[in-house]
Design a protein around this ligand. Structure first.
Ligand code: PTJ
Length: 249
């Protein structure tokens, strides 16, 4: 990997793979996180590896929702900490929002490793280790959360989510903002706001929108959010991909 020249057309992508694979060897990323990353790459390829207009709009609405939230939180897992840990901290400070480590493959070791990683990157507080509450209706470990973290939040940003938890969080009357490159996933279809973009582009872009919208009055932000049609946006992403494929053949 070290021998790959910067001029290689897939340099960025190959270096990101190396980052994920090194983090797996250190125990931060679960081995199935590599598979999830591969699926993400495939969908990213289909949207041209850039933020498409539908995603930019979703990122704007996500920013508005996070600004007006009473108790917003960013839920992070292994892949997210490794790919965008610093950016998540910056976003959490700008909103401001809490950060909680929440894992599908939860072990004490991974929880501690990922929490330390975020603290070393400069996070002032990281939720998740206490694990004193449960999201109702979720039998697996992603249901474990902190009572003063995800459990009591009103708006949750969940990059790389699984559909089960997304639905369970909605059942708790929370607003769920998902980042998922797969527009056909259960998560994409279930979330209130779905961002079909790479987490590495989405998090900084949400932060950009938070900076732009922060001083807008609350009513105009609520108005913006009330006009959001998530299903329409997913159809737009699918149309974008189909058009791209049609142009090829
Ligand atoms: O760290 P843990 O223990 O919580 O485990 C996390 C993984 C990622 C293993 C777990 O959440 C998982 O299995 O995820 P899934 O069900 O494979 O879903 C991952 C989704 O994220 C897929 O739909 C991918 O398209 C999408 N995805 C992968 N990489 C990215 C992404 N979306 C945005 N940005 C990415 N970089």
């Amino acid at each position: 990997m070290e021998d790959i020249p910067k001029s290689h057309p897939r340099y960025e992508s190959l270096m990101t793979r190396k980052k994920i694979s090194d983090a797996m060897k250190k125990g931060l990323v679960h081995e199935t996180g590599l598979i999830a990353h591969g699926r993400g790459e495939a969908f990213d390829y289909l949207i041209g590896e850039k933020t498409i207009p539908a995603a930019d709009e979703a990122e704007k609405i996500a920013a508005a929702s996070l600004i007006i939230a009473k108790n917003p939180i960013i839920s992070v897992n292994g892949n997210v900490v490794v790919l965008t840990g610093m950016e998540c901290i910056n976003l959490s400070e700008e909103i401001p929002a809490k950060i909680e480590v929440n894992l599908f493959h939860r072990t004490d070791k991974r929880m501690k490793l990922l929490t330390s990683e975020l603290l070393n990157l400069g996070a002032s507080k990281v939720y998740g280790l206490k694990g004193d509450a449960r999201i109702p209706g979720l039998d697996h470990d992603r249901g474990i959360c902190d009572s003063d973290g995800i459990f009591s939040s009103d708006v949750v940003l969940v990059p790389l989510e699984d559909g089960d938890r997304c639905q369970a969080l909605k059942n708790m009357n929370k607003t769920v903002i998902a980042i998922d490159l797969n527009p056909l996933s259960r998560t994409a279809k279930t979330a209130n706001i779905t961002i079909v973009d790479n987490v590495t582009r989405a998090i900084p872009n949400i932060e950009k929108w938070v900076k732009i919208l922060k001083n807008e009055d609350k009513n105009s932000l609520e108005d913006l959010i009330s006009r959001w049609d998530n299903r329409k946006m997913i159809l737009e992403v699918c149309a974008f991909i189909s058009k791209k494929l049609n142009l090829l053949f």
